[in-house]
Design a protein around this ligand. Structure first.
Ligand code: PHB
Length: 399
């Protein structure tokens, strides 16, 4: 059958209609040039209000920085960002994600920060097959039992950052530890990650203290810790909650007990914490003071554009944008070529500000975890606590 195809005049809509009718398959090359006109629509679901607002803003800023560095194009196409405030509220996540996919018709989803939001978002993204990149939320399930070809993460699993801290403490003879965390998926899994690297090697968890999220009333927990007198307290708090916890800890003056944690405790907040943050040791897949060319260039560009220091959240957003770039470059912007985009993203390897970036078979970063200490408000590097740590990804069928 002859097809009325005029390369110069055919619109994208017409092309799609004809393609849908099965008329074009043998006549047209698969990647026709409609990419030059339609924008790549990226739906961003992040917290822009509440205790995690500064995390959402840092991720968004760094994505915009990366896209600007790429000349505002992905695979030859302009970019449109559709930003939605998740409020870090799991009950709102299903509706907001559905809206981005079905009403806004985004090509790619990026988000969220909160593990509870991630669980709802991932469920829908799996059903719809929408290409999704998680630039923070650490819910272990996303790259574990819920892993899927279209789900990627540029951040961490909640298990990862805390796991190496167990050995750090045991090597110093610190055997009795209290865990204290926001009592939802992320805090619980972070404490489990720590425990996993601590208890089997001789450590004892004296007490697990959960504080409801996003509550910042820590006095009862601090009183209990003072009475228990452990060698150290392992924590998971972030954003506004981390500011408050560190200040309250400092004011309580609990001498002889070391406060440690997943590095979120001192990410993007040391200025607000001031003196109270000095000397705190944490483990994380990033540190401000990492001395590699990608980090130096990134921090300088971020500071110049936004007048603020970059942090781990910014790094994760920057790398999410880079991962999208790798995927769309491989298909010259043809977002319908999903299998090819996924293949390119799976093979992505680049120099991230955190160090070498590559993904596991479950689509989660395999990365160094650094032992850091806050010095004059900067997260400095004491050592690499674990080189190339990969999440066990239990239950993931992509392995
Ligand atoms: C999470 O909910 O997964 C989460 C939130 C904030 C962080 C880290 C993890 O800093």
């Amino acid at each position: 059958m002859a097809v009325p195809y005029h390369r110069t005049t055919i619109t994208r809509r017409q092309t799609l209609r004809l393609a849908a009718a099965g008329a074009l398959g043998s006549v047209l090359p698969t990647r026709i040039a409609f990419g030059q006109t339609a924008k790549v629509r990226i739906g961003i679901l992040l917290p822009y209000s509440g205790t995690y607002a500064r995390l959402g803003n840092a991720i968004t800023n760094a994505m915009e920085l990366k896209f600007a560095e790429l000349g505002g194009k992905l695979g030859g196409r302009d970019i449109e960002l559709i930003k939605v405030d998740s409020e870090a509220a799991p009950p709102k996540a299903t509706e907001l994600t559905t809206k981005l996919i079905n009403q806004e018709k985004v090509d790619i989803l990026v988000g969220p920060v909160h593990s509870g939001v991630a669980m709802a978002m991932a469920k829908i993204a799996r059903e719809e097959g929408t290409l999704t990149i998680v630039p923070n939320a650490g819910a272990d399930q996303i790259t574990g039992p819920l892993c899927a070809p279209n789900l990627f993460r540029t951040s961490f699993t909640n298990w990862q950052p805390g796991h190496p801290m167990g050995k750090v403490l045991l090597d110093e003879g610190k055997k009795n530890v209290v865990t204290c965390f926001w009592n939802y998926g992320a805090g619980q899994q972070s404490a489990e990650g720590f425990k996993d690297g601590f208890v089997p090697h001789g450590g004892t968890i004296v007490k697990e203290i959960g504080v409801p999220f996003p509550q910042v009333e820590f006095q009862a927990a601090l009183t209990e810790i003072a009475a228990l007198k452990p060698d150290a307290v392992y924590t998971f708090f972030a954003g506004g909650g981390a500011v408050k916890f560190v200040k309250d800890w400092h004011a309580a003056g609990l001498s002889g007990i070391e406060l440690v944690g997943a590095g979120f405790l001192t990410e993007g907040v040391t200025e607000a914490q001031g003196e109270a943050a000095e000397g705190l040791r944490t483990t994380l897949h990033y540190a401000d003071a990492l001395d590699n060319p990608a980090n130096l260039k990134f921090r300088e560009a971020y500071l110049a554009k936004f007048g603020k220091e970059a942090d781990v959240y910014a790094v994760q957003g920057y790398d999410a944008a880079e991962l999208i770039h790798v995927g769309l470059e491989a298909v010259q912007g043809d977002t319908s070529a999903k299998a090819d985009i996924i293949k390119a993203m799976e093979g992505a390897e680049f120099d991230s500000p955190r160090g070498p970036f590559k993904l596991s078979k479950a689509h989660n970063p395999v990365q160094n975890i650094y032992l850091r200490r806050v010095e004059k408000g900067v997260n400095t590097v004491i050592a690499t606590a674990y080189e190339g740590l990969s999440d066990p990804a239990k239950g993931c069928k992509l392995l």
